[in-house]
Design a protein around this ligand. Structure first.
Ligand SMILES: [Fe+2]
Length: 286
């Protein structure tokens, strides 16, 4: 029992125009219409939109959506989360309809990051079309991965591993990388003071040319680079990172490691075998 994959990410943003261009013209996701006319919905596969950006005055993480097997497992996980003293709310009909899921539960993790558990994505069977990207790698590995922060990493790690069923893949000092399917990590937690927040989102593309072409688009569109092309030591992902409109990092990856069996955890001492040269974020517009 436990979370099966990262299903979706929801963001709140004051600048949907920037996100529309970032999602559609840079990342190459398929923009579709959804239930809320002024939200952006992006598909990358046969699932309901994996990235949803909603209009808001302040940027924030709306939710990390984690998929579970079915109704029974959702009920079991909700009980387990409630047993930790965390308040869980059931998704309303409107929330389930907007996310295109059959069952939905919502709560904040111990660091304050908004989490949603869902089962039963409602497929629409309109063929995915992403002309800029040959395809995104999802399937049994879900949408990709996310890294969030926590002031108390140990407590948050304990919650995700013991309660939600994530498996520790490796550590990098105080940072944990965790898996819930063959993707090396679907989730990570890094320490920072204050409430939890989103650090980065990774989507995996099917070919090295997809990543190279995305690199060209970033340059053409003046999207600020965070990490140059490089290869990670833990998931072996060939990738680069840019800054999104709200300066979350977004990683475009290729050929990340599949971990088919549970393996002992390990510590890494470098993030990259090569590349990933870091540039700090541009100053946010005042
Ligand atoms: Fe990453």
């Amino acid at each position: 029992m436990g979370v099966r994959s990262l299903g979706y990410v929801r963001l709140n943003s004051p600048d949907l125009k920037a996100w529309r261009s970032f999602g559609e013209d840079f990342l190459g996701m398929m923009r579709v219409e959804g239930n809320t006319p002024d939200s952006l919905y992006f598909r990358i596969d046969h699932y309901p939109p994996r990235l949803v950006v909603s209009q808001a005055e302040e940027p924030s993480l709306g939710a990390l959506g984690f998929e579970v097997l079915n109704k029974r497992e959702l009920a079991q996980l909700v009980s387990a989360v409630e047993a930790e003293g965390i308040k869980v709310s059931t998704g309303t009909d409107a929330e389930r309809a907007e996310r295109r899921v059959t069952g939905l539960a919502k709560f904040d993790d111990p660091a304050g990051n908004p989490v949603e558990l869902f089962y039963g994505p409602i497929l629409d069977h309109v063929r995915i079309q992403t002309p800029l990207v040959s395809s995104f790698v999802t399937g049994d590995m879900g949408m990709g991965h996310v890294i969030v922060t926590a002031e108390d990493v140990e407590t948050t790690f304990d919650f995700y591993s013991r309660v939600l069923g994530f498996i520790e893949r490796n550590t990098a000092g105080p940072t944990y990388f965790m898996g819930c399917n063959p993707r090396h990590h679907s989730f990570g937690i890094a320490p920072t003071p204050g409430p939890g927040k989103l650090v980065h989102i990774m989507v995996e593309m099917a070919t090295i040319d997809d990543v190279g072409l995305a690199l060209d688009r970033a340059a053409d569109m003046n999207i600020p680079m965070m990490n140059t092309l490089g290869k990670h030591t833990n998931d072996q992902m060939l990738s680069f990172y840019v800054y999104s409109p709200e300066l979350y990092a977004v990683e475009c990856g290729f050929e990340g490691l599949r971990v088919e069996h549970e393996e002992p955890t390990y510590e890494i001492t470098e993030g990259a075998l090569w590349g990933h040269k870091f540039t700090p974020p541009p100053m946010p517009p005042s």
